[in-house]
Ligand binder design. Structure first.
Ligand SMILES: [Zn+2]
Length: 312
């Protein structure tokens, strides 16, 4: 416990020092749709989305353009922060709500980077709004500019088949788009969880855990923005960061799903319709997750029943 408190103390001091040094710089005020979260690291906001961009003395690395309208705003927001050109656009995964509209960046010469399975998905299921990648990678790739980098890691299917984990250096901030969402661990909005890949989700989180431990990562960046009602005044925008422990907490949700389905199979508590019988589920492990809905648990678990029974 003491170690935890000391660590928190160091964290608080570090962030206070960083804010002071940031304030001392005579930079223009940020536009309302941009937040600075670390050394050269910014989040652009559009509607309910946040996208990370990294500003260096040798150009800008952009992630997830979202859509054509958002990308035009994104470009203007970057121009309010720096005169540097955008040199790279990195896609986090293949879902169109994150990766449409990169034309505004390629028009100025930016190259698109994506994991190779994302590129395959765009070939198999093309969308004219999605610009094809120029550069693909298999497991790891470092996008390096001006002494900073955005390091890309592919740990197998998780949220879709090609979700790429972002690690911004030297700020040492991690972002796991659409799967780990500050400020709280979450219960799935869509109980059918069509994006989840049960055959690799445990392995994915284990590898993310190793990555964060080996690099001493302490903070996770949001990829969404929502209004948080704190009981007084107007609902506030959700914070841009959360402690890295949110990753292990989110992994625990999925591990509890696997465990509950394994138990249900062993005890023959799964109906012919592949639904785990709700009254046999121990609800306690799930109740603390943001957005918890008891009645959705059998639907979420059905996806995992299919994995165990059919390998899908
Ligand atoms: Zn997604």
């Amino acid at each position: 416990m003491e170690i935890f408190v000391i660590k928190r103390g160091i964290l608080v001091m570090l962030s206070a020092a960083w804010i002071l040094s940031a304030c001392n710089r005579s930079s223009p005020p940020l536009p309302p749709d941009v937040e600075q979260v670390g050394d050269g690291v910014y989040l652009f906001q559009s509607s309910t989305h946040r996208s990370l961009f990294l500003v260096t003395n040798d150009g800008v690395i952009v992630t997830d353009p979202l859509n054509a309208d958002a990308a035009a705003d994104y470009r203007s927001a970057i121009a309010a922060v720096t005169d540097q050109p955008v040199k790279f656009v990195v896609y986090s995964h293949y879902h169109w709500d994150r990766v449409s509209g990169a034309d505004v960046f390629t028009a100025e010469g930016a190259q698109i980077i994506a994991q190779e399975r994302c590129a395959q998905r765009f070939r198999d299921n093309p969308n004219p709004a999605v610009v094809m990648p120029d550069i693909t990678f298999e497991n790891e790739y470092q996008v390096s500019l001006g002494g900073k980098s955005l390091d890309l890691f592919y740990f197998g299917p998780s949220h879709g088949d090609c979700l790429t984990v972002f690690l911004a250096r030297p700020a040492n901030l991690i972002q796991i788009v659409d799967l780990v969402e500050p400020p709280h661990t979450s219960f799935p909005d869509n109980p059918n969880v069509p994006y989840v890949r049960p055959h690799n989700l445990r392995e994915f989180f284990a590898q993310v855990q190793t990555l964060t431990e080996e690099n001493g990562v302490t903070q996770v960046l949001a990829s969404h923005i929502k209004r948080v009602d704190n009981g007084n005044d107007e609902p506030q925008p959700s914070p841009a960061t959360a402690p890295v422990t949110i990753i292990a907490d989110q992994a625990r949700f999925w591990n509890e799903i696997y465990a509950a389905v394994e138990t249900a199979r062993a005890e023959k508590n799964i109906g012919i319709d592949s639904f785990v019988k709700l009254k046999t589920i121990d609800l306690e492990p799930f109740e603390s997750f943001d957005g918890y809905r008891k009645e959705d648990l059998p639907v979420i678990m059905r996806r995992f029943v299919g994995f165990y029974d059919m390998g899908r």
